[in-house]
Each structure stands twice: as C-alpha cells, then as structure tokens.
Design a binder for this molecule. Structure first.
Ligand SMILES: Nc1ncnc2c1ncn2[C@@H]1O[C@H](COP(=O)(O)OP(=O)(O)O)[C@@H](O)[C@H]1O
Ligand SMILES: Nc1nc2c(ncn2[C@@H]2O[C@H](COP(=O)(O)O)[C@@H](O)[C@H]2O)c(=O)[nH]1
Length: 434
C-alpha cells in the first residue's frame, strides 16, 4: 500500500520509516490486508470522431450511453472502419477504469469481477483489455464465457460532446455463483455502477450484483455506487433513491446525475439530500471542481483552517478538517462538507474528459483502503479510537481526488498510465498554492 500522501508530523503515515517494534508485533502482509473489489461490464472503448448526422442515423442520442443491437453495432463499426474514423481503442468500463486507477495510485491489489472470453486471440478486444489493465488488478476471479466481451463506441461529436453506443456481447452474463464471498468479505469496499442493472430480461448480471451486495452487508463492507450517466438515473429516480437507502454507503456522481437523483441543481444541496440515504458523497462538478459530504462524530469534529465558504449552506466547509465516518458508527452524527476548485485551475488543454470522475473516486477508495491498512497494522493508533471511514480529512480527500482528475484530463485514456509524480505526493500546502 502506497499511502495517498506524506503528512506533517501527526498525520505522517510510516510507510518508508517502519518502526521495527511494530513490524515484530504486526508483520505486514499486504496481500491479506488491503484490497477493493468491483463488478463491471467488461468492455473496451472504441473512440471515434463523428458528425451529428452519424449519431442520428444510428438511432443514438447525443450525450447518452445507449445499448445497441448486434446488427446496428456491426453496421456502425463497418462505417467507422471504412471512413477511418477510429482514433483510439482503450480498455474501458467505468468500474474497470476505477479499479485500474486505484491499483496504479495505491500500487496495490484490486479485484475485478465480470466476464472474460475463454478463448483469447492475440490482438482481439479481450486481449487488449487484459494488456491495458494494471498488473495489480487481480483478474483471477473473472468468469469465462464462450463469446465476446462488450464494446463501447465512444463517439465524439462536432462540439466535443460524448455519445456512448454499447454493443454488449456477453458482458452481462456474470452469474451469482461466480461472485466469491471471501473476496468481498475481506475487501475495503465493493464498487458498483448503476449501469449494472441495465440488462435484458433474464440476463444474470443484476442478480450477481445483488449477491455481491448481500455479501458486503453480511461482512460490513461499504458498498460504493457510481451513477453512470444522468439518463440511467432519470429513467427511474425513485428506484435509485430507494436502492441507495437500502444498499449503498458511498455514492459518486457528477452534478447532472445529482440533479436527476435529487431534483437539486446545486451540487452542495444535492449532496446534502443524498446524505439522507448514504454515509458519504463525492459530487464532481466539471469546471467548478468537486464537493464532498459526509458524517463525523460531533465530539471529534475539527475546524478548518481554510477560509469559510459561502453557499446554499452558509460556511458549509467549517468542519472539513474532520475525518468521515459511517452514520451507523457515530453516536451524535454531524454533517460535514468540503469543496475544492479544479487543481491549478484545470489543465491548459483538456485531452479528454473520459473518466475524470472515475479518477476522483479511485483517489477516495485509496484513502479508505489506506485507513483499513493502517488499522490492521497499527490497531492501537489514536487514529482508530473511533471507527473512521477515511484515513484523511474530507478536505484532504478532496485535494487528492481533484489532483487525480487533473491527471486524467491531461491524458487521452480514462486509465492512468502511471501514478502521481513522487514530488507531489506530499500535496503540501506550499505546493498546492503555487
Ligand atoms: N473543464 C474543466 N476544467 C477544469 N477541471 C475540470 C473540468 N472538467 C472536469 N474537471 C475536473 O475533473 C473532475 C471530474 O469532472 P466531471 O466532468 O465532473 O466528472 P465526470 O467524468 O464524472 O462527469 C472535476 O471535479 C474537476 O476537478
Ligand atoms: N460498465 C459500463 N461502463 C460504461 C457504460 N457506458 C460507458 N461506460 C464507460 O464509462 C467510461 C467513462 O466514464 P465517465 O465517468 O467519464 O462517463 C468509459 O470508459 C466507458 O467505457 C456502460 O453501459 N457500462
């Protein structure tokens, strides 16, 4: 486990300067200790530049992620090839991206559940998927299928907007019995996307997802849900509110998805509403940066040293230096909020916005897993006097998440090709303010 950032004295996490006494007491066993697990529809992104007419001709809707039939996918693919419109091909899938990015940031294990072709030809999409996934992402639990993985045609329109056309192949064929209880039981988090319930009747993916949620609840593992696109939520917002209340501990969304979920266009207000259902909220807001909302123990709250911010909730960031806790673990829960503007004002030139939100979530997952890692290695640390969810304060997690989004915006693929530069690992104030 690579820690999310070096800290000044009292927050410093001794990863490089290990205390030999602690090592004797608690031998470090990374493999047994810290991982996250996620379920995804295994798919590759095929990116192409198209005009509006192309999107219309294939019955797609701009900005939407729609599932298409095999014959439409074939015709679409043939036209992209004939016109030489394909610009990039990456391993994709919103959870696959998040787990890969987590593994790159933490230099640690993530476990991906989904399907993979039994027979993989060199150069095929399945082959590329495996080649472009971190070696720290454990693929040993994938379920074999006799057929293709999914394809996500990522069509970039004339004005830069993205339209996804999903050719599902066998991506929704994950069965409940392929979900390993022991992997979920020991994980720091189970990561899911709302796309997982978008299946044809009879496809087993939703049942596999519910099986995983059942195991997570049984073993008190937080369930993390990322909302996919606003259209999936807009189809049935009440279903998603109930789903979150019943099953989810942490939600990650952008402001459009937050609006469909809550009816609130202000990300701070929307995050506050979402706290009625979940323990922790990450709400990204494009050029306006990101918000986090959560709970802490009233007695353990810590006052920010940053300027107090105006907003729909006045001075909402007052206790952003507090660490997040699950609502069930607080005696007197206090709502806490934080906001951060884009790192360095955002990149000079955005290469691609694909996966910027997934990158922010990967950073949050790294912080949560670092907390579990620290708890199992230094159980009597004062940091674990209460049952905290995050290792860092809400303000610090915002910084880290925001920094990772910046990195994703600065490259073409939604998957990080390397971790953050060492020099910045500190995320010290002085560096931050440069
Ligand atoms: N145009 C932009 N300028 C600066 N930063 C941006 C821009 N778009 C996104 N970001 C950064 O990336 C993060 C995630 O972006 P967002 O577009 O909200 O996520 P998603 O991919 O989930 O829609 C934001 O919180 C912000 O830090
Ligand atoms: N599992 C699924 N992933 C999907 C689907 N449609 C798109 N995507 C993936 O999302 C990322 C981009 O993420 P974003 O947060 O920037 O929107 C991209 O890599 C796609 O592969 C889907 O139906 N299921």
């Amino acid at each position: 486990m690579k820690f999310p950032g070096k800290r000044k004295s009292k927050h410093y996490f001794p990863v490089s300067a290990r205390d030999p006494l602690l090592q004797v007491a608690q031998p470090e066993n990374e493999a047994a200790n810290s991982w996250i697990v996620g379920i995804d529809q295994i798919l590759v992104d095929i990116e192409a530049k198209v005009d509006d007419d192309f999107v219309r001709r294939y019955g797609l809707s701009v900005g939407h992620s729609l599932v298409i039939e095999d014959d439409v996918a074939q015709a679409l693919y043939e036209e992209l090839m004939a016109e030489n419109l394909i610009t990039h091909q990456f391993a994709g899938g919103t959870i696959g991206n998040t787990l890969h990015n987590y593994s790159v940031l933490a230099d640690d294990r993530s476990v991906l559940l989904g399907v993979m072709c039994n027979n993989i030809q060199i150069g095929s999409y399945a082959y590329r998927y495996l080649c472009h996934t971190s070696s720290r992402t454990d693929l040993n639990y994938l379920q074999g299928v006799d057929g293709a993985i999914g394809r996500c045609f990522t069509l970039i329109g004339e004005h830069g907007e993205r339209t996804f056309a999903i050719s599902p192949g066998m991506m929704n064929q994950l069965r409940a019995e392929s979900v390993p209880e022991e992997v979920i039981a020991g994980a720091s988090a189970l990561v899911l996307t709302s796309y997982l319930v978008r299946c044809k009747p009879g496809e087993p993916m939703p049942e596999a997802t519910m099986q995983a949620i059942h195991y997570a609840k049984k073993h008190n593992v937080p369930v993390v849900l990322t909302l996919g696109t606003k259209y999936v939520i807009a189809d049935n917002p009440q279903f998603w509110r109930d789903f979150m209340r019943d099953h989810v501990s942490i939600v990650a969304m952008n402001e459009d998805e937050a609006f469909e979920l809550t009816g609130e266009s202000d990300p701070l207000k929307a995050s506050n509403i979402a706290l009625d259902w979940v323990d922790l909220v990450l709400c990204t807001a494009g050029p306006n940066g990101l918000y986090m909302a959560g709970f802490t123990e009233e007695e353990g709250k810590r006052t920010t040293r940053h300027p107090l911010l105006p907003g729909a909730i006045p001075e909402f960031n007052q206790y952003e230096f507090s660490r997040a806790m699950r609502h069930q673990d607080c005696t007197v829960p206090l709502r806490i909020f934080s906001h951060i503007a884009p790192y360095m004002g955002g990149p000079e030139k955005i290469m691609n916005t694909n996966g910027a939100g997934d990158g922010a979530l990967a950073a949050l997952l790294h912080d949560i897993t670092a907390n579990n890692f620290h708890r199992s290695n230094v159980p009597n640390s004062s940091k674990h006097a209460r049952s905290y969810l995050t290792y860092s304060s809400l303000a610090q997690v915002c910084k880290y998440a925001n920094r990772v989004s910046y990195q994703v915006l600065n490259q073409h693929s939604p998957r990080l090709s390397r971790g953050l530069p060492e020099r910045e690992d500190s995320l010290e104030e002085s560096y931050w303010e440069r």
